[in-house]
Design a protein around this ligand. Structure first.
Ligand code: SF4
Length: 612
């Protein structure tokens, strides 16, 4: 609600028809009304003659992807936006079979899909990046592509999602952003799902800029679950981003999350579990509890942990989908851990008991420099963050399985987020951050991944005045520092995290490059894995780690059949080398795994009749 009142009276977008000369009255007529106002304005009964009956609307939703501080929706992730919008449409009376959903990549790949953009009575675009990133699974829509959607559509067009906070020239860090309607008829300045509901329920006359409430999304989330079946990654390589709350009680200078409100409004375990079950009914098996500022605060007073609520949430999800493939999370506030260490420990144990391996609790340290912390209202010190890393290592850093099994990734480890270009940044800032990371490594701790990026500054945040100026000024230093972190911290940390022989299950093979195949597991911040040879894409295999890059690993299929493995695969196994690999090839078939150093951890010997 904070965001709505903070922008009341401000009209950064014209809300005018594309034709340019006809003002659309609806949006302004209802601006500021809440849902009950809208309902009474239009009445709860049928639709007057001049209004459009929702049952006759053809609607197309285009997903340009989102990346927000606490919400991710680039494939293989599907964000809540298209799901909630589809549910709101159904709730407003649009038949499911009249709702078409495309990702921006699907539109790029198949030009004939644009027909449903052109012909729809209502086109809804959801997207927006408020943190910069590089993506393997999909390419977010660029502003010009979004404009093209608006120009192509003959029907009414609505733009919503974090794109309302602003767009840059391109999707990158350290650039200026500004608010832009991208030539759409309407911009949903509140929640796009609420706007769409009011617009359609009201006979296509307009909508108010309001936020939806948890009762509405309890309905819409379930009713819109069907739309995932139209995602190109459905069913196997798709992970549903789940919302447990929005808003944040802290106010870091660069972050858009507090614009959703200072009091996180938690969804009940029943609501989240009900949505998970509905998604599972439509084929989803992979889930991430990522749409919240702090999973540990779930179901509590807004700040302190409530382990019982976490147990109800995680236990309920496991019960609803016993055969789930992935249950991961994003975002845990280290401050919650150090302020309430006992409750936090219990909460972390609950999570590690129910999640799947390789899970990451991303910590927003943002900066280890006290000057930057002070000037940007950051809520955690380097010392506190260090303590929180220790606690997550102690409670969640165990590897599942027996000692006799090959090692798996630890159940839950912290990730570290660092942001550059913040107010007060100076040469020493880079040094503070580097020293903090070195200290973690030297203490023998594990960190699942380190995320270093430059800030994007949005209107409504305290960084909006500074903008990209400091990020720009420090670009060269930033690049050097980033490279040093990759070489000096990431690589040794990765060796500790996934020593040779660690098995990564269900790696999805995504692309070929330089005679190798690359893939990732589904989940939060998955490791990129390169394996020798060009294997068929779109399949999943288990992989055993053989070597380490900065942010990626090399591996071989697990277990490696010594009677079928290629020369490149055998050579990749640590301790084998080219000469021995050649001997192994020449001496085939092997009745059992030959006694070659290190090979037993990786290999098996299959005969024509099956396993040995
Ligand atoms: S703690 Fe700071 S960075 Fe994290 S969600 Fe809240 S305001 Fe944003």
């Amino acid at each position: 609600m904070v965001w709505v009142s903070a922008t009341a009276g401000e009209r950064p977008w014209p809300n005018a028809r594309r034709s340019g000369d006809v003002e659309t009255p609806g949006a302004s007529a209802l601006a500021g009304r809440d849902r009950s106002d809208a309902a009474s304005f239009y009445g709860s009964g049928g639709y007057p003659g001049s209004m459009t009956d929702p049952a006759e609307l053809d609607v197309t939703i285009v997903d340009g992807y989102v990346d927000e501080p606490a919400h991710f929706g680039v494939p293989p992730y599907v964000s809540t936006y298209p799901r909630y919008v589809a549910g709101a449409l159904v709730d407003a009376g649009v038949p499911r079979e009249r709702i078409t959903y495309h990702t921006i990549d699907a539109l790029r790949d198949e030009r004939n899909r644009w027909r449903t953009v052109e012909d729809a009575d209502l086109l809804i675009y959801v997207g927006g990046m408020t943190v910069p990133g590089k993506y393997v699974g999909g390419t977010p829509a660029e502003p010009d592509e979004v404009r093209e959607l608006a120009w192509t559509a003959d029907g009414t067009t609505v733009l919503g999602g974090p794109v309302r906070f602003g767009v840059g020239e391109e999707n990158a860090g350290g650039i200026e952003t500004e608010r832009d309607d991208l030539d759409f008829d309407f911009v949903a300045k509140g929640d796009v799902e609420a706007a769409v509901y009011d617009l359609v329920h009201g006979g296509m006359e307009g909508f108010g800029d309001r936020m939806r409430d948890n009762d509405e999304i309890a309905r819409w989330a379930r009713a819109g679950a069907f739309v995932i079946e139209q995602h190109p990654n459905h069913p196997e390589y798709l992970i549903a981003e789940m919302e447990t709350s929005r808003g944040c009680p802290y106010r870091c200078s660069f972050c858009t999350e507090p614009l959703y409100g200072a009091d996180p409004s938690f969804r009940t375990p029943e609501a989240v579990v009900g949505e998970v079950a509905a998604l599972a009914d439509h084929g989803a098996r992979h889930f991430r509890l990522g749409r919240q500022a702090d999973i540990l605060a779930y179901g509590g007073d807004g700040e302190a942990p409530n382990p019982e609520a976490l147990r109800a949430l995680y236990g309920g999800i496991r019960e609803a989908v016993p055969d789930l493939g992935t249950l991961h999370l994003d975002n845990m506030n280290p401050v919650t851990i150090v302020r309430w260490p006992e409750k936090a420990r219990e909460g972390i144990r609950v999570i590690a008991e129910h999640n799947t391996p390789g899970d990451t609790a991303a910590f927003g340290l943002e900066s280890a420099d006290p000057v930057v912390q002070e000037q940007n209202n950051l809520n955690v010190t380097a010392e506190e963050c260090f303590r929180a890393v220790e606690i997550v290592n102690e409670e969640g850093g165990w590897r599942p399985g027996d000692e006799a099994d090959p090692p798996r990734l630890p159940k839950l480890l912290p990730g570290i987020n660092l942001v550059h270009g913040l107010q007060g940044e100076r040469a020493e800032t880079f040094e503070h951050n580097r020293r903090f990371l070195e200290r973690l490594y030297d203490a023998g701790l594990l960190v699942r991944r380190i995320n270093v990026r430059q800030v994007m500054a949005f209107a409504g945040t305290d960084m909006s005045e500074t903008g990209a100026a400091l990020a720009d000024a420090h670009k060269r230093e930033f690049k050097r520092y980033k490279r040093e972190i990759r070489e000096e911290i990431d690589n040794p940390m990765l060796q500790r995290l996934a020593p040779p022989g660690t098995v990564l299950e269900d790696v999805h093979l995504e692309y070929h490059r330089d005679g190798r195949t690359f893939g990732r597991q589904l989940g939060t911040y998955p490791l990129l894995v390169g394996i020798p040879g060009e294997r068929p894409l779109g399949h999943t295999i288990d992989v055993a780690v053989t070597d380490h890059g900065y942010r990626s690993v090399s591996g071989v299929p697990y277990p490696l059949d010594v009677n079928a493995a290629s020369m490149a695969e055998l050579t990749a196994v640590p301790g084998v080398g080219r000469d021995r690999a050649g001997d192994l090839l020449v001496d085939r078939p092997h009745e059992s795994v030959p006694d070659v150093a290190g090979l037993r951890r990786f290999a098996t010997a299959r005969t024509v009749g099956g396993d040995d």
